[in-house]
Ligand binder design. Structure first.
Ligand code: ATP
Length: 239
């Protein structure tokens, strides 16, 4: 796990070509006065008028107690949920009004998302699970070496042929990270990336993420882990 993971790329231009790799926008993600409220009378108010900008080579951590809204905010960042108020911009363009298909296309080209569940597809090997973003028909064969390298760098080199449902929770989380990295996304959105790891493994994951950030990848993560919070350059603390 000592070698840096393969580097990310610049964000695509969402207007002209959702699948392009143009380095056209300074900020990968902008939150503009984002609020998140839940409940029938919006009485659960978890984020109020948050402004945030994340650019290539920046690691931003969302910290806060359990239930403070970290996961909900990451889902908004990734375009998987709508803010109650405010705007989310991807590469400078507001995504409100985008169709699910358009969001999915852009997300696929731009965002490596790892949620807290880190689900794997049972019946497929760990390597096949990591290759899933390359399916259907897209470079799965050509990306096999990269997938295997990523697994090796994340300490799973001896688990490539194991059925993924047999992985431990921490191994599954690292396999999900490898899967998110397969297509070299310019932005990683990671929900508690070290939560299921022992301290030494967590610190190695942090080192790998720091190397990616040094190479230009942006990271937005939610975390309770003080080592992750310390590694990030900027932090939002939810109350
Ligand atoms: N759709 C929803 N409707 C009502 N309440 C919700 C909804 N989604 C989330 N919540 C509530 O919003 C709060 C924030 O949840 P969230 O999962 O974002 O917190 P978190 O900071 O990620 O927590 P943890 O660290 O435990 O994972 C919680 O109290 C949760 O129950």
């Amino acid at each position: 796990m000592s070698e840096p993971l393969l580097v990310g790329r610049a964000a695509p231009d969402p207007v002209t070509d959702p699948d392009s790799r143009a380095r056209s926008a300074p900020d990968l993600i902008t939150l503009d006065g984002v609020s998140l409220w839940f409940g029938p009378d919006q009485q659960i108010r978890i984020v109020e008028e948050l402004d945030l900008r994340v650019e290539p080579g920046q690691w931003h951590c969302i910290a806060g107690r359990s239930g403070s809204g970290k996961t909900s905010l990451l889902r908004v960042v990734a375009g998987l949920a709508e803010p109650s108020d405010g705007r989310v911009l991807w590469a400078g363009t507001s995504i409100s009004g985008w169709s699910e298909d358009r969001r999915a296309l852009y997300r696929r080209a731009t965002i490596g998302y790892v949620d807290q569940v880190s689900a794997v597809i049972p019946g497929f090997s760990t390597l096949e699970n990591v290759l899933m973003p390359a399916v259907p028909g897209r470079r799965a064969h050509a990306l096999t070496d990269r997938a295997a390298n990523l697994l090796g760098q994340l300490g799973l080199g001896d688990r490539t042929t194991l059925r993924a449902e047999l992985l431990s929770g921490g191994e599954r989380q690292r396999a999900a990270l490898a899967r998110a990295l397969l297509l070299e996304p310019p932005l990683l959105v990671l929900d508690e990336p070290t939560a299921s790891q022992d301290r030494a493994t967590a610190d190695r994951v942090i080192d790998q993420l720091a190397a990616l950030v040094d190479a230009g990848t942006a990271v937005i993560c939610a975390s309770h882990d003080p080592h992750v919070v310390a590694a990030a350059q900027t932090v939002t603390r939810l109350e």
